[in-house]
Design a protein around this ligand. Structure first.
Ligand SMILES: [Zn+2]
Length: 353
């Protein structure tokens, strides 16, 4: 027993069942870098690697990532996740005595920048205009307002080093930027790709799923050697991005199929058959979840481009695909064309999707 409610709060009815490890595929080996079996990683609370000339990636046992870059005039830090917190100073002090002079916010979410106040008022904070707008609207003393913001492109040049910042539109959330270190060929783009994994539930809680898909292509438009994705305890390669991009296209293709073949008026009426109007939403749940189950089955049983299935290629495929299937299917209904609309009266095409 752990915690107030034991190892799992099992709802009597209407909740989620407990997942059992034995029923799920084990994570592929490429998802598990060496340091996750190193006790000192857990004792210290951080692990850092130099990815290119003075550019360091830092991760935590809980899978939150940050980065820092040495310049001739101090240190630039990218993000300040609370699970890393002040351990970023230990990571920096392991390679330099120079002070932190700049902090770049990838996006406004507190799980990535909620420890920013620890850097104090002298550190310059660079972020997107929308990040400032959101942090002004929803103030948090742990996330100080940026001191400098930009709209589409900005260059941060400090002590002979360079970071190119770019905003290509809403994806995971509005204001989520690309942070490119051209000399080191390291790209930081948070909460899109979790290397070796299908990403956390519901497309990592992304708000704009069309933008989330687009971001995979935009990431690949950079000539990067390493991608910092913000989560999981490893950085990613180009191949990691290509693999997850293929997974997402399979999920979306199967969502399109499900909607095309199962989202008809007749099918929905079938789900409501025998129910009074007072139970229509029970039928609606079955209607939606039946399509989700179709997407899950088709996606997880598919033989993918290298001959393996997704559970063999990506961590999290069996527990998380149902959440992704739901989110991608819903985004199709809300973000993509309905190919028409109801004409006067009834009859004609039925545009539930
Ligand atoms: Zn986020």
């Amino acid at each position: 027993m752990v915690g107030k409610y034991g190892d799992f709060y099992a709802a009597k009815k209407f909740g989620f069942p407990k997942a059992e490890p034995g029923e799920h595929a084990p994570s592929p080996q490429q998802f598990m870098p060496e340091h996750i079996n190193d006790p000192s990683f857990y004792a210290k609370g951080w692990h850092a690697e130099e990815l290119g000339d003075g550019f360091y990636w830092v991760t935590t046992p809980s899978g939150y990532e940050s980065a820092f870059m040495l310049t001739g005039e101090g240190v630039i830090v990218i993000d300040a996740p609370p699970p890393l917190g002040e351990n970023i100073f230990a990571a920096i002090e392991s390679v330099t005595d120079a002070p932190v002079t700049h902090l770049v916010y990838s996006h406004w979410h507190s799980d990535h920048i909620g420890a920013a106040s620890m850097f104090g008022p002298k550190v310059k904070i660079i972020a997107h205009d929308i990040t400032r707008e959101l942090l002004t609207r929803f103030p948090d003393k742990y996330r100080p307002l940026p001191t400098e913001t930009f709209d589409t492109e900005a260059t941060l040049e400090v002590g002979g080093t360079r970071l190119e910042l770019s905003y290509k539109g809403a994806d995971h959330c509005p204001g989520n930027i690309y942070i490119w270190a051209p000399t080191q060929k390291v790209l930081t783009k948070i909460d899109i790709v979790s290397p070796g994994s299908v990403a956390f539930m519901h497309c990592d809680f992304s708000e704009n799923i069309s933008g989330f898909y687009q971001a995979h292509d935009d990431i690949l438009s950079y000539d990067f050697k390493a991608l910092i994705g913000g989560h999981i305890t490893r950085w990613g390669t180009r191949q990691d991005v290509e693999i997850v991009r293929e997974y997402w296209h399979d999920v979306r293709d199967h969502a399109d199929e499900a909607l095309k073949e199962m989202a008809s008026k007749d099918v929905l009426e079938g789900f409501h058959h025998g129910m009074g109007k007072e139970h229509r939403l029970v039928g609606a749940e079955n209607f939606m979840n039946s399509m989700v189950n179709y997407i899950v089955d088709k996606t997880l049983s598919k033989t993918t481009s290298n001959g393996q299935t997704w559970p063999e290629r990506l961590a999290g495929a069996t527990p998380f695909t149902k959440y992704h299937a739901f989110t991608v299917m819903e985004s199709t209904r809300t973000e993509r064309t309905h190919h028409g609309y109801q004409r006067r009266g009834v009859g004609g095409p039925w545009y539930i999707v």
